[in-house]
Design a protein around this ligand. Sequence first.
Ligand code: G4P
Length: 526
Amino acid sequence: MVNPEIEKRKTFAIISHPDAGKTTLTEKFLLFGGAINTAGAVKRNKANQSSTSDFMEIEKQRGISVATSVMGFEYNGKRINILDTPGHKDFAEDTYRTLSAVDSVILVVDCVKGVEEQTEKLMSVCRMRNTPVIIFVNKMDREGKDAFDLLDEIESKLNISLCPLSWPIGQGHTFKGVYSIYNKHLNLFEPDKKKISTPVIEVNSLDDENLAQFLPEKSLTNLKEELELVEGVYGAVDKEMYLEGLLAPVFFGSAINNFGIKELLDTFVNIAPSPKSREAEERVVLATEKNFSGFVFKIHANLDPNHRDRIAFLRICSGKFERNKFFYHTRNNKKIKFSNPMDFMANEKSIVEEAWPGDVVGLYDSGTFKIGDTLTEGEKLQFKGIPSFSPEIFKEVENRDPLKTKQLEKGLQQLTEEGVAQLFVMQPGNRKVIGAVGDLQFEVIAFRLEHEYGAKAHFRMLSYTRSNWVTSKDPKKLEEFLKRKQQHIGEDKDGNPVYLADNEFMINMTMRDYPDIEFHKTSEFK
Ligand code: G4P
């Protein structure tokens, strides 16, 4: 049965390599959705990309990022939920987790830089879940790569079929506008950072004589030739393939100038998927099921160190979430209710009475939740899809204040539950090893341990750069492996064994030596 509340929801994330224009595009969407009135209202939720000592700024912005974690607004009768992701690459894992809570993504590519390192990583995370992707090629007002070359590069590096739904007329100083292949209209470029009005000409054919007054003959001839080529090479958009994550529609524009954004947003609300079914370990859960279910994909600490409560972000997967109703916390086997669940409509926090699949609600939490926890109306379910990825930097925690050992343990446990970094326990001696993607994460942990828990820690660099989760069909063989490699084995937050290695070569050698052991790059595997 179709539920209009579910059908109208579009929950997605805008993602990109830092600096490609994710924040700018998000802001322009909010502007079109009427959630904000002027450009510049959304604070840049990111630290200076070049500096790793800029995390104080992040601390200050933690308050802001709670508010911008989810940005909801109504547009063309749809409820749009944009889930924010951190801009800094050191917090990539946070982004990967947020991607588990969306139904689709818009991936921003800088037309000057093309596909960058983080673009590829993000795409591979989308592919793990077959998340539908729309690509927005940004900064067309700058001298960048040729549109055809860019499409070739995106297609080969991201390994996905493409289908341009708009086409640029010129680029950089010759940039004249965008032709919407999808709606067959021409949008002429008029640089303007604040306003959202842009002149649009509807044309049924590019032979329309009125076009001559807007475009020089040469630009028009070029456009016609290029569009013919585009049609011949890419054909019409196959919506089913998009929804299966096999084909990405492509749009061109300039986010800072509000250009090409409306086409993108209008098409997005048309073709992007509404909440669908989700896989739990026990079974597939349909969004249309009557009973409520949802999972926590993000935990945010309170800014005030005197109040150790946190906000857990819950993505609703099925049924209806209601304030003050008892729900079942499946890991703790306990019933809990929430008297002040938060909604994030129009960029403002407010108490929500009810919420539907696709929505995200913020729950005040005093330590009940871990990332990945599932809530239901009584059924024992555990949603899948929030794996841990291999960290790249590993450091052993050294206690600098023996009188505060308990505080240190508690702080480490809570911060890693929040997902600030990963914790591995190694033997002998219950040594604690923190695994992270970037140095900034260690700075945040050290700072927060001291200021929120009164503990002092030093981090000693280890030589590992990879972790692989290990399993075997033969429990004896696994036990033997774990014993032999004890100095390389850590236990993750769920007590699963992880093999830590200095490099890929070492992993390959170990794999060869132990054919009965399976090595997994993420913590979730079948
Ligand atoms: P991010 O969230 O992906 O990291 O990118 P963000 O939106 O912060 O944009 C990065 C930089 O690119 C910003 O400049 C922004 O103004 C610029 N930018 C975004 N869209 C366009 C576009 O369409 N054309 C051009 N030419 N530039 C664009 P900045 O100097 O780093 O910051 P700011 O001082 O402008 O805020």
